[in-house]
Ligand binder design. Structure first.
Ligand code: ZN
Length: 159
């Protein structure tokens, strides 16, 4: 069954999702098939090495069904970790969550969708605040080192 080739990347696949790039390669006519594809993608993500996880998160399949989109967003939140903002994976997961929000906004708005959209936006805001805090911390540290160097240079040049 490995002679199937992904039309996006040429990689081999056996299920509904390309094992290499995470793109949809099977048919998802029913909600049940969409759920299987989403589960397959997330199983792939957790079982992949770091670099491949990034690719899978970035180009991974997003379902059309509203409930499954919410599910995809919730799964995505579990991949966001503000403590590792520079690792790339958290950034990739935030990008995917933004894509979920964009797609979810096109759906008819019910209470569940509105609640999920609010939750997802709050999660992204929290990451943005953590990142801004990190940047301020970094700039502060840089300023302290810079001033220390100036003081040392002045001190030694007087001798
Ligand atoms: Zn592929």
């Amino acid at each position: 069954m490995t002679n199937n080739k992904c039309p996006h990347c040429g990689g081999a696949y056996a299920g509904l999702i390309c094992d290499y790039c995470g793109a949809l390669v099977g048919k998802t006519d029913t909600v049940e098939q969409q759920r299987r594809a989403l589960d397959e993608l997330h199983r792939l993500i957790v079982n992949s090495p770091w670099e491949k996880q990034l690719l899978l998160i970035k180009s991974g399949y997003l379902p059309d069904d509203a409930n499954l989109l919410i599910d995809a967003g919730l799964k995505c939140i579990s991949l966001i970790n503000d403590a590792e903002v520079r690792s790339g994976r958290s950034d990739a997961a935030q990008g995917r969550l933004e894509a979920v929000i964009t797609k979810l906004q096109l759906r008819p708005r019910d209470q569940e969708t509105s609640k999920a959209l609010q939750l997802f936006r709050e999660r992204l805001d929290k990451s943005a605040r953590a990142k801004a805090h990190d940047t301020r911390l970094g700039l502060g540290l840089f300023a302290v080192i810079f001033v220390t160097i100036i003081i040392l240079v002045m001190y030694f040049s007087r001798k």
